[in-house]
Design a protein around this ligand. Sequence first.
Ligand code: FAD
Length: 441
Amino acid sequence: MSSSTVRAGTWRNWSGEQRCAPARIVHARSVDEVASAVHAAARDGLGVRAVGSGHSFTDAALTDDVMIDVAGMHRILHADAATGLVRVEAGITIHALSAALATLGLGMENLGDIDEQTLAGALATGTHGTGAGLGNISTQVRAMQLVTGTGEVVELDAVADPEGLLAARVSVGALGVVTAVTLQAVPAYVLHGVDTTEPVDEVLATLDERNAAARHFEAYVFPHAPLALTRTNTVVDGPAQPPSALSRWLRQGVLETGALAGLSEAGRAVPRAIPRLNRLVTRLAGTSVRTDRSDRIFASPRHVPFVEMEYALPRAAAEPALRAILAAIDRGRFAVNFPIEMRFVAGDDALLSPAHGRDTAYLAVHTYRDMEWGPYFRAVEAIADEHGGRPHWGKRHFQTADTLAPRYPGWQRFAAVRARLDPEGRFANAYVDRVLGPVAA
Ligand SMILES: Cc1cc2nc3c(=O)[nH]c(=O)nc-3n(C[C@H](O)[C@H](O)[C@H](O)COP(=O)(O)OP(=O)(O)OC[C@H]3O[C@@H](n4cnc5c(N)ncnc54)[C@H](O)[C@@H]3O)c2cc1C
């Protein structure tokens, strides 16, 4: 008998902008419970969406039918410290995964800037960090277990179903409910992280050199400010030097703290002050240095609520696209008190990975909670379109299946896997309908 908790209820995402009231929310604790929930939904003619930690800005996880929450599936199933292969339940958060790997002397090759997402949720949208030579998180996947649209449990790996694995690594939740994942971890490592400010022009003129010199480089460019914040993380041999709680608080940067919240509130109250505020914050940011376990350097708390759009562009487009966005902000007089974030990842082969087949620069734009984002994001999207940009699947964008299909060489191959694993479109919702279209006949 199933022990999953099932109830009707309401659900909202991290930013509070996406809400739904599913007929059933199933808190599954095992693959059998997931399969039962999918069977029951099929019997009742209902759609199904899996949900993770709700950290997507899009309506990707929304449903009025059946929502399957796999957060209760968070166990390490198998770990081989010698090979680094680790099998985990898919609802584990990146935070819990990182902590468990650390006890095994392992770590993830690269991570994004928060660790609250579930592994399955992070994979589904192509979540990434920065590091020009490193792929997004889905490149660390070696196998996945999935409950398909017919309630069947399948294992996708390079031998049993290589095409299925290439599709499922970044699936927007449209192929089934991912219940377990085998990851390739790496030996644990310590990162030395330096956050500082540097002239924007100097940073933009030396992106290739910076990417070649550091394992992880990223930049935050505030509109109207001549200084950019740069973050450079390199691997070091020495021991981790975790800061005390007090020193961690004192060392938190502009991006993590009340400084950004204060700036955002002040900018919302007096939008014409934003250029001055942006210059002030970059002048005051200073330099901070940390040496710690890799996952603790990658992830920081994000207390300031915001809305985000992020585009994956060919690497060479990073500078012209960023400059075009800055010019569009001036032209449109957009009130933007968040920096434009610039990150780098290596190309990969997952069919719907925004970095598919090309070394990529990601440009992300944000607005503070409740501030108007539509005109700004549309202007940014127009610039991304000129460069063949591909949107982050979990962040705001206005694309449709028609505009996206030509940007993905593997689009038809993904559609064929989807037709095989979810022939009736059980996992479709409004977002999937918009960005992927109907299941192929
Ligand atoms: C503060 C903040 C910081 C962020 N930082 C980064 C970053 O550094 N890099 C980056 O790339 N992104 C970043 N993101 C975006 C975030 O990583 C993605 O939106 C990610 O998908 C969220 O994971 P989640 O567990 O919250 O999934 P959800 O948002 O709950 O779901 C995302 C998608 O995954 C699907 N899904 C969830 N579980 C399953 C499952 N078991 N099987 C199949 N499909 C499933 C859902 O249906 C949905 O389509 C950030 C978001 C926030 C709010």
